[in-house]
Write a protein that binds this ligand. Structure first.
Ligand code: ADP
Length: 266
């Protein structure tokens, strides 16, 4: 709360006193602080690959280019870092479109089982490589949901790639769809991987928040996957939650309406 005192003197009326204005600035300040933090994070995330690219380019110029072994190796580091920056900027653009409500959602009635089967197919190669076994459970009565399929595919892709990253070889990823109250269905992606410590759960959907920064970066993540998933789910009128037990695994659940909702102007 910000308090401003303004002294007043009205000699002619024999009045004197103070006006105190109490202003609740906590929300505003929190918003400002998180905006500053976001800009600092973006700058840092872009700067890290840029410095790497710069030093590897210098090394190439200083002779590594002629070296038959070092040359290609350094070039591939540069390529990886560039890919990482492209991923980051793509994610940031996606988030900013969702933030500004510019992302027009093209929602339609979509079969849930078919969608989950296709997402598993998309990842089947990677899953086989890691010997991860997918399973799909659909509760009786779950049929279609009202969604922009491309956007929900993005949510599922983000959740599966996390599940894959943080689940050791031979693990299991389970997809489940069930009915919940009020004409909604819940879809969950569950893994039996490394899990997340309880103390980190509060902030897990924040932009750039990672449990283990170094490890997450090496895995190629941007730290924006869950924030994007949350924005997309909210734009559908649903909610997303994450449950995790350290060393046991993680379950992310999101809800979607089964029918077009009233008042939806799209
Ligand atoms: P990232 O691009 O780093 O994966 P996310 O926003 O998708 O960013 O996830 C944020 C962090 O949450 C990750 O860095 C990781 O620490 C943790 N996390 C997300 N999903 C899982 C999971 N299935 N198992 C364990 N940790 C997870």
């Amino acid at each position: 709360i910000r308090v401003t005192f303004t002294p007043i003197h009205r000699r002619e009326f024999g009045l004197s006193g103070t006006i105190a204005v109490l202003q609740d600035v906590t929300e505003q300040e929190k918003l400002e602080a998180s905006r500053r933090e976001f800009v600092a994070n973006v700058s840092h995330e872009l700067r890290t690959p840029l410095t790497t690219i710069k030093s590897y380019t210098e090394a190439l110029e200083d002779g590594a280019l002629e070296d038959p072994e070092l040359g290609p190796r350094f070039a591939s580091v540069i390529q990886n870092q560039t890919d990482r920056m492209i991923r980051l900027v793509t994610d940031l653009l996606h988030l900013s479109r969702l933030d500004s409500k510019e992302a027009l959602l093209r929602k339609q009635s979509t079969g849930v089982l078919e969608m989950l089967e296709e997402v598993v197919d998309r990842f089947s190669f990677q899953m086989q490589e890691k010997e991860i076994h997918p399973e799909i459970f659909i509760e009786d009565g779950v049929d279609t949901a009202w969604m922009d399929r491309d956007q929900i595919d993005q949510v599922l892709d983000n959740l599966i790639s996390n599940a894959m990253k943080y689940t050791p070889e031979g693990g299991k990823i389970t997809f489940e769809a069930r009915r919940v109250d009020d004409g909604m269905i819940a879809i969950s992606v569950k893994d039996n991987g490394i899990g997340i410590p309880k103390r980190n759960l509060d902030r897990i959907f924040e932009r750039f928040y990672r449990v283990d920064k170094a490890r997450a970066r090496n895995m190629g993540g941007t730290g924006l996957g869950l924030s994007i998933a949350r924005e997309i789910v909210r734009a559908h009128g649903g909610a997303i939650t994450l449950d995790s037990e350290l060393g046991e695994g993680t379950t992310v659940t999101f809800t979607l309406p089964t029918q077009e909702q009233g008042g939806e102007g799209k």
